[in-house]
Design a protein around this ligand. Structure first.
Ligand SMILES: *[C@@H]1O[C@H](CO)[C@@H](O)[C@H](O)[C@H]1NC(C)=O
Ligand SMILES: *[C@@H]1O[C@H](CO)[C@@H](O)[C@H](O)[C@H]1NC(C)=O
Length: 290
């Protein structure tokens, strides 16, 4: 009984002390809010508040944030404090002290999966939730709320301009709160987060909690193949050679047939980009390769 009370007290205090909540997809960069706002000349420190101890994450001197030793390989010195990539254990409570001001930020690091969709096509971003004591379901893109479903009234509130562009899966009663984008545009690319709320506070994350949506632009793709994710960070030399050989041979054949040079160039640039991916491929369906 005492244990349950203690757990409830900790959860309540966490909710109460969560001045600002920030969520990020595992591996993505995150900037700590407020770190750029400390007055010039004011000493500032960012601490990580753990269950049993508090540790220094960074301090600011002459307007520049410097990371503590443990973080120095993931932080660039600058006017605001940011991890240039997050790890799972970064999640937790951070306290920023600027002079006598104190600001709390709770950082959630969530695991998501990747989806690639062709521009102009519809997309369904999966999210399942089976909460008992939940009164709203929220979808966010980055830190912005896109829509919120009121579970008692069944009403959906959309961010301005998104009504008609987005909808929720009709299977909400079965726990399916997937987000449907009727027609994906290039600006829809980004990180989407799905969560359940009770009494105005986030109660739980969906499963999966997040989707990294990549929009494939409409340019013609003669090969008809698009990698949905890059399996590893580095491509071996042999694979490089193979890719190049295919590029060169196909280019020669296409050239001989007499395709206009502009199409050739567009396609060539696309094939060069394809095997690398930019930071994508860090996630698998169930988690991160780290
Ligand atoms: C992340 O920060 C480290 C340390 O400052 C730096 O060496 C590295 O290049 C950065 N990585 C990226 C992707 O910015
Ligand atoms: C959800 O709908 C119910 C019933 O219409 C209403 O009483 C409640 O205030 C709504 N909740 C929110 C968060 O808007």
């Amino acid at each position: 009984m005492a244990v349950i009370q203690l757990v409830v007290a900790i959860i309540l205090s966490l909710i109460a002390t969560c001045g600002k909540c920030v969520h990020v997809l595992l591996g993505d960069p995150v900037t700590f809010p407020g770190t750029e706002n400390c007055l010039t000349g004011e000493p500032a420190k960012l601490h990580r508040v753990g269950e049993h101890s508090t540790s220094l994450v960074a301090h600011r001197e002459q307007g520049v944030w410097s990371p503590a030793w443990d973080y120095k390989d993931r932080v660039n010195r600058g006017a605001s404090f940011a991890f240039n990539s997050t790890v799972y254990t970064d999640k937790g409570l951070y306290v920023l002290g600027c002079g006598s001001r104190e600001e709390r930020t709770y950082l959630y690091v969530v695991i998501g999966f990747e989806a690639s969709v062709n521009e102009g096509e519809p997309a369904k971003l999966m999210c399942y939730i089976s909460g008992q004591h939940v009164d709203a379901i929220r979808w966010e893109k980055g830190q912005e709320t896109l829509l919120e479903l009121n579970l008692s009234s069944g009403e959906i509130q959309y961010a301005p301009g998104l009504d008609g562009k987005l909808s929720l899966s009709p299977d909400g009663k079965l726990g399916d709160y997937s987000l449907i984008l009727n027609q994906v545009l290039s600006e829809d690319q980004g990180d989407y987060f799905c969560s359940a709320h009770a009494n105005g506070a986030r109660e739980q994350w969906g499963e999966p909690a997040a989707v990294k949506l990549r929009v494939i632009s409409k340019k013609p793709d003669p090969m008809g193949t698009r990698p949905t994710r890059t399996p590893t960070k580095s491509v071996t030399k042999g694979e490089h050679m193979g890719t190049w050989a295919i590029v060169v041979i196909t280019a020669a054949v296409v050239f001989l047939i007499g395709v206009p040079p502009s199409i050739l160039l567009g396609w060539y640039l696309k094939s060069r980009r394809a095997p690398h991916g930019s930071g994508v491929g860090r996630y698998t369906v169930c988690g991160a390769i780290r």
